[in-house]
Design a protein around this ligand. Structure first.
Ligand code: GLA
Length: 721
């Protein structure tokens, strides 16, 4: 049983294959966290007696009568409230109509369900168990939800708060979950970066301080991913503690990670409360997004494998999670916005000489969009000036060659220079002080305004209904600024960022359900909204606008800490690269793009004969290994953040085959490096490219490879003999 309640000890145990998470109901009615660690086999252990004891340190005592006094500031808590003497970062804070902000919630009841209830208006993981605990005082009711994923050693948490008194309650902060631990020597690892350099691995020692990882952008963003890893200073890929926390949310989020002098460690995470207020009238309730927590005591790589399995099994649309992904040709880096019907047709013709599944027409096909970004967003009709006869001739050309057709949209945006803005300027998000910020000349569509929402829904549906489209790239190229909707009351404005996110999810939900046969890819100026909530709708996401192969080694290594390889799109693209201006060998570009859901994004009419050959071989090989990318277990072998070498390997679950890519950076001179394999079974394997058979231990000892060229890679397929 994954969820157990011991009624004598009033203790809950959440058990996975390798872990136990335990907490109890105190005699006063609080939820006291007891243990999170390796699986307990003996449930008779008195965990409470093992709880840390503290010296008196001026912490207020709850309801102190001498004999039973205790301090919430010196206790591991499951979900802490403001105003009860717990001075650490707390999980929630509300304001009542008399101005008071403290509450006194106590345990009332709990239920264990056989099925997990989904969050009503937001993405969450599917699951088959749920512990629901209700706490109450006379004003509010708080419900905490826990679900357990045994094989993936994961639990999920979320909360619902309900107003049960007659007056309005304002939520100032409400986190999805809290993790309290005891100890020291912890390190927080974040996936931080910027446009073109997303999800770099950054370590922050957590010692008597608060570390905040957040986004205030109205999107999860390029700068920080909604993820933190709690590890020890000696944790590495294959040993040590690695607890990963990932928020299933695409908007402004926060992780507050705290360590105190008492060696209490706390992480709370949820919707960012820096600009948040949500009013609840009587009987109204508010649901938080879901927080995923997975635990490994054998290093970071195992934690990553657990995330990958969890998301493939329970988050990504099951219709697509393990399904073969189309190999694409996207026109963006070949033509940018300045395409003509003729050069698109040339590209499609050339694509037909290779095994390309889908041609994707990127930005520039709509409204009066011509050469710049300043026109047309929001006008979701074809620019016949550019594409005479509409999309039909392009789609017909694709059909002639048995290639499917995909189309780019940016549904959440609007240009001032568009027919729709001229007709409905109120559809754009702006404050009464007027438009202050533009980015890429665009404004954000105010999806909180139902008319704007319906307009976007209907105008895009019209294109999808009238054309044979099997792939949609959903882009989002600027972050939110004014956080104001003309459709909301003044006192509702601080809820805008979250309401915007809910409406975005509603829009995505509509399209994904109405067009189940269209494959949706997410994008946000590259990887600016790469989070589990987006993966719920879009089985893959454009990882970064930086498709330079060397930079991608870092970006993809960092992304793989949480997200499965099949969830990131990577293309063989233009050289020198648009972002880094770096020149890398064509084979390196093919190898790195093979470590994800692959495609091509360059002018393929202009390739040398060697490149053509390489491209043909690469597609053939990708078809052979793509099942590993979708189903396999990842082993990161060489960390480019720590040494001048990158390698990642993916092994089938039955260990019968594997694919590995290893690459160097800029060389001072030729060098030799050992490639040491991991994760193989006790078999002999043929390394196809070398034509040699090796035992598992020989492969673990490593094979020596010579690198003579800057950014050179080797890639190998291994087959069990
Ligand atoms: C963003 C995307 C690119 C491309 C352009 C089009 O930057 O990340 O892939 O679609 O927009 O404007």
């Amino acid at each position: 049983m994954s969820v157990i309640f011991d009624s004598k000890k009033k203790t809950f145990y959440l058990n996975t294959n390798d872990t136990t998470y335990a907490f109890l109901i105190t005699p006063t009615g609080f939820l006291k966290h007891l243990y999170y660690g390796d699986k307990l086999n003996d449930f008779d252990i008195d965990l409470e007696s093992l709880s840390p004891k503290f010296k008196w340190n001026l912490s207020p005592e709850y309801n102190s009568k001498k004999e039973d006094s205790f301090s919430l500031n010196q206790m591991l808590n499951e979900y802490s409230a403001f105003g009860l003497g717990d001075y650490r970062e707390v999980s929630f804070k509300v304001t009542y109509n008399d101005g008071s902000r403290n509450n006194d919630l106590k345990y009332v009841s709990h239920e264990i369900h056989q099925y997990k209830s989904p969050i009503k208006n937001m993405p969450s993981l599917r699951g088959d168990n749920e512990l629901v605990i209700v706490l109450k005082d006379e004003y509010i009711e708080l419900t905490l939800f826990y679900s357990v994923y045994e094989k993936e050693n994961a639990i999920t948490r979320r909360a619902i708060i309900k107003n049960i008194n007659n007056n309005i309650v304002t939520i100032n902060s409400i986190m999805s979950g809290q993790l309290d631990l005891f100890g020291n020597d912890y390190t927080i690892v974040s996936l931080s970066g910027e446009w073109g350099k997303e999800r770099q691995i950054i370590k922050h020692p957590l010692n008597n301080c608060i570390i905040k990882i957040d986004s205030k952008r109205g999107a999860s963003g390029h700068s920080q991913n909604p993820f933190v890893l709690l590890s020890k200073s000696d944790t590495n890929e294959y040993s040590g503690l690695a607890i990963g926390l990932n928020l299933v949310y695409s908007g402004s989020f926060v992780f507050k990670c705290e360590h105190t002098f008492d060696n209490l460690v706390r992480i709370v995470s949820g919707i960012n409360d820096f600009d948040f207020a949500w009013e609840l009238k009587r009987e109204e309730q508010f649901e938080t997004p879901e927080l995923v927590i997975t635990y490994s005591n054998c290093g970071v790589n195992k934690m990553s494998q657990q995330f990958h399995d969890l998301y493939r099994n329970y988050l990504i649309n099951p219709k697509y999670a393990f399904k073969e992904r189309p190999i694409l040709l996207n026109n963006w880096e070949a033509t940018s916005i300045n395409f003509t019907k003729e050069n698109l047709i040339k590209l499609i013709n050339e694509a037909s000489k290779y095994d390309i599944d889908t041609f994707v027409l990127d930005d520039g096909w709509f409204g009066k969009r011509e050469e710049g970004f300043d026109k047309g967003l929001g006008d979701w009709f074809v620019n016949e000036n550019k594409l005479e006869g509409g999309l039909k001739p392009i789609i017909d050309e694709c059909k002639k060659h048995n290639i499917k057709f995909g189309l780019w949209f940016e549904p959440e945006m609007i240009n001032e220079d568009s027919d729709i803005y001229r007709l409905h300027p109120e559809y754009a998000m702006k404050s009464p002080k007027g438009i202050i910020n533009r980015n890429r000349y665009q404004l954000v569509m105010d999806l909180v305004n139902e008319d704007a929402f319906n307009y976007v829904k209907e105008s895009i549906s019209k294109i999808l209904d009238n054309n044979d489209i099997s792939y949609v790239k959903w882009d989002f190229n600027r972050n939110l600024t004014e956080y104001y909707s003309q459709a909301l009351l003044p006192q509702e404005q601080a809820s805008f960022a979250h309401r915007y996110m809910l409406q975005t999810y509603r829009l995505m939900d509509y399209f994904v359900n109405r067009y189940p046969n269209i494959f949706f890819e997410g994008c946000a100026s590259g990887g600016g909204r790469f989070d589990p909530a987006m993966l719920y709708y879009f089985p893959q996401i454009w990882c970064s606008d930086n498709s330079d192969a060397y930079s991608r080694e870092f970006i993809q290594y960092g992304t793989s800490i949480v997200y499965p390889l099949s969830s990131f799109t990577g293309h063989v693209s233009v050289c020198p690269s648009h972002v880094d201006k770096r020149i890398t060998p064509f084979k390196t570009r093919c190898d790195i793009a093979s470590l994800c859901s692959t495609g091509f994004e360059l002018d393929i009419t202009n390739l040398s004969s060697e490149e053509k050959e390489e491209m043909r071989n690469n597609i053939k090989r990708y078809k052979e290994i793509s099942s590993l990318i979708r189903n396999g277990d990842l082993y990161r072998l060489n960390n480019p953040f720590e040494e001048d070498l990158f390698s990642m390997m993916i092994v089938s679950k039955d260990k019968s085959n594997a694919f590995v890519v290893i690459g160097v950076g800029k060389l001072q001179k030729s060098t030799s490096k050992y490639l040491k394999f991991k994760g193989l079974g006790d078999y002999n394997y043929l390394i196809k490219e070398l034509g040699v058979i090796k035992t598992k231990s020989q492969l673990e000892e490593g094979i020596l490879l010579e690198f003579t060229q800057d950014y050179q890679t080797y890639s190998f397929i291994l087959n069990k003999q």
